[in-house]
Design a protein around this ligand. Sequence first.
Ligand code: ASP
Length: 361
Amino acid sequence: MTNRTYYKTVNINSTGPKTSETSILIIYTGGTIGMDSHPENGSLIPFDFEKIIDAVPELRAFDFELTVISLDPLIDSSDITTDHWVQLGNLIEDFYEDFDGFVILHGTDTMAYTASALSFMLDGVHKPVILTGSQLPIGAKRTDARENLMSSLEIASERDDNGEMLVQEVCICFNNKLLRGNRAKKSQNFNFTAFRSYNYPSLAEAGIFIEYKRETFWKDPINSPVRSMKKFESNVLLLKIFPGMSKDFINQMLNNKKLRGVILETYGSGNVPTSSWFIELLEKTVKRGVVIVNISQCTGGMVMQGHYATSAKLNKIGVLSGKDMTTEAAVTKLMCLLTKYKDTESVKKLIGIPLKGELSV
Ligand code: ASP
């Protein structure tokens, strides 16, 4: 195992030797799941994972090795940056051969972005990388953390009949559902069903048994050793259109010289205002070599450029359809493609092709 400075490792298998050969790495990044109430003032403070067996004694029932690595410092996921994504990718790359599965404990706010980013950053992954978190801290009485953690670990350790890891992609496991990471969205901040996948079915559902829907699984066609991206193109813009948007503001944003890509969040099936200033500005931006991808503001359904006259012009001026991708998937995919390819043509070609199961054809 390689040593890096930004984490500390705790082996939580205090329950004696295990008979199973499976070993899972838990990567704890922060978020509500890892919070505990301060004994005196009740404020939320990071939970000490060395005490996880006390908080979740059910972990003893697992017949496999569990190791926890904590990011140092722990973060609220609102503070996640592309540097953290590179760190997470490096951890999976570095420890890929040492573990059979990976469970990442992450705040829910940006979990869908991180899951999407990891799916595009990592090539050659044939083991489960499961992100989970919770709406209530792990120490809280009615916490959903235990359930989410236990289901994630069980799924991450599951093998198929040939002894291969059953799930081989980046997923989010939350409230008894396993979702493809780059199809999931945070849809609730109040009840336990925090995530939904509007355009793709769940990969598994946990009831009395865990029911896997194998026909929905993604298998990375890349079979070379696992590699993760080491940097990110951040010169992208997420632009949500709205009635009455200011020409001046939009002008300033799109005319920024550093801009390389735009995710344009449009109405309905990909419609935009037909005002000439807006269409001409988009056209000029595309001509400058900026990649513009059309994603719907609707949570379900897909962009159908040309279905209405209000989107037909976008086809003509070279705005690309993001089809049924989530905004989170589109933003991170565009960042990854712009990092990997300096020529815009390759980026344009790949944006509408499913690279990690993120869109339907
Ligand atoms: N703000 C928290 C976070 O995303 C919320 C959560 O974990 O659910 O880190």
